[in-house]
Write a protein of this length. Structure first.
Length: 366
């Protein structure tokens, strides 16, 4: 799980936002943010809230009892379940306790994120409240050591999934069987259930999508497996493409070569201070020169507490890489001539001088 000392460090970074925006407190209710700031990861059917006051004090409202090592100076617990029934009014219950803490702290100007609990706070709070979601998104970009450890474990789960895929994919295998066996491989590697629904792409002979009932892999098709296991709240996201019969066509191999040649471009260019638009443009130019078409979708995105975060390797945004964040690079090509398409995806940690590839899985089609 996340570690209290690193959550205290994250609180100090959030405190700077409070000082810059002249806020008396920040109130967080989104489960991702409560976890990030306090180490307390709420059960998915339960609400919680975290307050950081401008003087540095921290406060947590949680269902039942939190774990012992929580990065909060004061913890207020409430009953989330009565006789085994989860209470529907939990957002209002949490908001009432938050409002009492804000009154005691003599807060007149607060920042809030968007969540069920903080919406109730905003409705009833008598002072001024401002949205700080954009601030939180930026703070979450740089991963602390405890976050990176959880993401490395999620990536190990994804690597076990790809290893299993290479063992079982063959003509006639059902998409649902592939999905189930990959899910089992991830759970066995994690040593516990995954913390989110296993998402991304598990359909064969098409560009992506969930596994389909009664669909089986066929010779000549390419199986795109874009896997996204989540370990204790943090996601992996990487993809490989497999020739079902291990006999890729010349066109499929040419597309594969164009795709794998993207990664040296990104690895050469990416470092702190580089504009993500420049990475996108360089790869788009590579596509135009090698396959005569433009990049068909985004080049990549950040990963962490959510599958898609900052930074965005996408011309719709103008993000700049920072040290400590993790992003994906996922070039692809699709079409009937490829019998569906191909997509390969790695995850990179931005280091002081460049990037580190965190995914160690063969990229070959066969």
């Amino acid at each position: 799980m996340l570690e209290p000392q690193h959550s205290r460090d994250r609180q100090r970074r959030l405190l700077q936002v409070l000082n810059d925006r002249k806020l008396d407190a920040a109130v967080l209710g989104l489960p991702h943010h409560v976890y990030w700031a306090s180490t307390h990861r709420p059960f998915w059917l339960q609400e919680s809230a975290f307050i950081l006051f401008a003087d540095g004090r921290s406060w947590l409202a949680t269902a039942n009892e939190p774990k012992k090592e929580t990065a909060a100076d004061e913890v207020v617990a409430f009953e989330a379940s009565w006789l085994g029934t989860q209470r529907q009014e939990q957002p209002a219950v949490v908001a009432e306790r938050v409002l009492n803490a804000l009154v005691q702290g003599k807060c007149s100007r607060i920042g809030i994120d968007a969540s069920a609990a903080t919406s109730q706070v905003a409705i009833a709070f008598l002072g001024a409240s401002v949205a700080i979601d954009a601030d939180m998104w930026q703070l979450r970009r740089r991963k602390h050591p405890d976050e990176l450890a959880l993401m490395r474990q999620a990536i190990r789960c994804s690597q076990a999934m790809h290893q299993r895929a290479r063992q079982i994919i063959e003509p006639g295998i059902a998409e649902l069987r592939v999905f189930n066996e990959l899910h089992a491989a991830a759970v066995e590697t994690a040593g516990e259930p995954l913390s989110a629904v296993l998402g991304n792409d598990y359909a064969c002979g098409v560009g992506g999508g969930p596994p389909r009932n009664d669909h089986v892999a066929q010779a000549g098709q390419i199986y795109i497996l874009d896997v996204g296991p989540a370990y204790r709240g943090y996601f992996a996201d990487n993809s490989r493409a497999y020739a079902v019969d291990r006999k890729p066509t010349d066109e499929q191999l040419a597309a594969w070569r164009a795709i794998v040649d993207v990664f040296p471009i990104v690895e050469r260019m990416a470092k702190p201070g580089v504009r993500c638009r420049d990475l996108y443009t360089a790869v788009d130019e590579h596509y135009t020169a090698t396959v005569g078409r433009q990049l068909p979708h985004h080049l990549g995105h950040g990963v962490g507490l959510q599958p898609h975060e900052f930074p965005h390797l996408n011309p719709k945004w103008d993000d700049v890489l920072i040290e400590g964040e993790i992003f994906t690079t996922e070039p692809g090509l699709y079409g009937p001539h490829l019998n569906g398409g191909l997509r390969i995806e790695n995850q990179y940690l931005v280091t002081k001088d460049g990037v580190e590839n965190l995914v160690h899985v063969p990229m070959e089609l066969a």
